[in-house]
Write a protein that binds this ligand. Structure first.
Ligand code: GAP
Length: 512
């Protein structure tokens, strides 16, 4: 646990030191759970967006994009159910006065039980080596069976009481499990209350005529209300999808996990409209496609797992989370939901406008069903950044900090150095930079010894360093060094573009 916390602290410190993430309005002591992305952060963010957009929109003829406004007619949120049901159950500890999400307290308790099971599994794996049969072990080992049954029972009860809005039972569960406040260690809790997560704002100048609006808590509704516009103008045939990247806002109760849970964040969402009855087939399809997308980036298969929902959101008939092994454990990175026809039907009813598709094969109109893939851009950023940050011991016993961001996502693709600040070497390096910048984000650096410049770029996540030396003047070649292997090679200046291009080629990365 202490090790995990150290790693997390290191991630936060490194993100600041290398211009990735700053606290919002830091000179005024920051704003809780709001962050700014610095010079490297904005590049990484844009590259993640681009990788998602190209794989979803460019690679799918039947998916198109949209950029809807953040402010929407307030009836949108009535129809979608957010005004009445977008709540989190909260509970306060009377001694520390700290507020928690009641469901998260219970889930964290269950996670600790799961960690005990994982410990048993790891021990057995070590003992039995190649002969270890994990499936057999988890279904027969008495302690693991007991831990898993306990977890299932607790989560089942939590899901039931939340679905039935039985908040007294949620409190009873917390008390029965003897969950203590992580700050005060006390078990003196208030009752559980619902808390709406939407931020309200006003439209209009004068107080009397101003109307109440909300900052959107998800981008999805912008897609639903534009369903007919896009379907008709794009002559889209079912099945088809609409993709969008944009800001969302939630007044989160528990907001202390860096960019994991923010009050202002970005989502990358896609709604896929299908024939009623086909939705579970498409649900499986999108689970598979999205899993492949994640695996294509090479963050480690062992860092992902699925978590099927026990308690569905008010709109869903199937839902799963893709969880990632963040520095604080496995948590939701992406949600895949089968949203039925809930949203389109609700908007039809409240607006009085038809949101249907005439299916020529079936010779009838219907309200399509929807599969949604929804990933938090900031969480993806944290997944990439935290898994990339490594401390390595080198052959000579020295150590280096390296940020092994997948090169297609790296903010800067290459740093160009003159070996010395004289003898015409800076001019050649600058010339190379001026040529490469037409194709890639590159930087020039002449400060300090080359070894230190390498270390600086390793820590910043730059996949290539290119050094110009005295031989360059004779043979027009340079030394190119790779961040991950530290391998150095002599190549012609004219080859540089194709070497970098090959390394960050979209097809090479996505087509696994
Ligand atoms: N349209 C469906 C929807 O919004 P969600 O599970 O509430 O579903 C989808 O959110 C994704 O948005 C999550 O998987 C997560 O990655 C991201 N997300 C949600 N709340 C967030 C927050 N407060 N900060 C950062 N990312 C968040």
């Amino acid at each position: 646990m202490a090790k995990e916390q150290d790693k997390f602290k290191q991630v936060i410190a490194h993100a600041k030191e290398y211009g990735y993430i700053f606290s919002s309005s830091e000179i005024y002591d920051g704003l809780s759970a709001v962050y700014d992305y610095g010079q490297n952060g904005v590049e990484l963010k844009n590259n993640i967006k681009n990788y998602w957009w190209r794989s979803m929109v460019q690679m799918h003829e039947e998916i198109v994009g949209l950029d809807a406004a953040i402010l929407m007619h307030p009836k949108t949120w009535k129809a979608s159910g957010h005004v009445d049901a977008f709540n989190d159950p909260m509970i306060d500890n009377k001694d520390s006065k700290k507020r928690y999400r009641a469901d998260v307290l219970v889930e964290d308790y269950v996670e600790k039980i799961e960690q005990k099971a994982q410990k048993e599994i790891a021990k057995a794996k070590k003992r039995f080596g190649d002969k270890f049969d994990e499936a057999e072990f988890v279904s027969t080992h008495p302690r693991v069976v007991k831990y898993r049954a306990q977890s299932k029972e607790i989560l089942g009860r939590l899901a039931k009481s939340l679905t039935e809005e039985d908040l007294d039972d949620v409190k009873a569960l917390i008390e029965e499990l003897e969950i203590a406040c992580p700050v005060s260690g006390s078990r003196d809790w208030t009752n559980v209350k619902q808390f709406n997560l939407m931020f309200g704002t006003k439209l209009g100048a004068s107080a009397d005529s101003a109307s109440d609006l909300y900052l959107r808590p998800e981008t999805a509704q912008g897609i639903f209300v534009n369903f007919a516009n896009v379907q008709k103008t794009g002559r889209m045939k079912i099945p088809f999808g609409i993709a969008q990247i944009g800001k969302a806002f939630r007044n989160e109760i528990v907001a202390r996990q860096f960019i994991f849970r923010q009050r202002e964040f970005e989502q990358m969402e896609m709604q896929y409209f299908v024939r009623p009855g086909d939705e579970l087939k498409w649900f499986e399809h999108w689970k598979e496609v999205r899993t492949k997308w994640h695996q294509s980036l090479g963050l480690g298969e062992e860092n992902y797992r699925f978590h099927d929902h026990e308690k569905m959101a008010h709109y869903a008939n199937a839902a799963t989370d893709i969880e990632f092994n963040f520095p604080f454990g496995f948590k939701e990175l992406e949600g895949i939901h089968s949203r039925t026809d809930f949203d389109l039907k609700a908007h039809e009813n409240l607006s009085g406008k038809k949101l249907q598709f005439y299916d020529p094969e079936m010779e009838k109109s219907y309200v399509p069903y929807v599969i949604e893939t929804s990933i938090g851009l900031d969480r993806m950023f944290l997944a990439v950044f935290s898994s990339a940050l490594k401390e390595e011991t080198l052959e000579d016993g020295s150590s280096r900090t390296v940020l092994k961001i997948p090169s297609i996502l790296a903010p800067v693709k290459a740093a160009i150095f003159p070996l010395l600040k004289r003898d015409g070497l800076p001019e050649i390096a600058q010339e190379i930079m001026d040529d490469l910048k037409w194709d890639f984000n590159v930087i020039y650096d002449e400060k300090d010894a080359v070894g230190r410049r390498y270390r600086r770029q390793d820590a910043a996540g730059t996949p290539f360093c290119i050094t110009v030396d005295h031989d360059t003047k004779e043979d027009h070649s340079v030394t190119i060094r790779r961040r991950d292997t530290m391998e150095q090679k002599r190549v012609k200046i004219t080859e540089l573009k194709s070497i970098i291009q090959k390394e960050i080629d979209f097809r090479h990365w996505l087509d696994i």
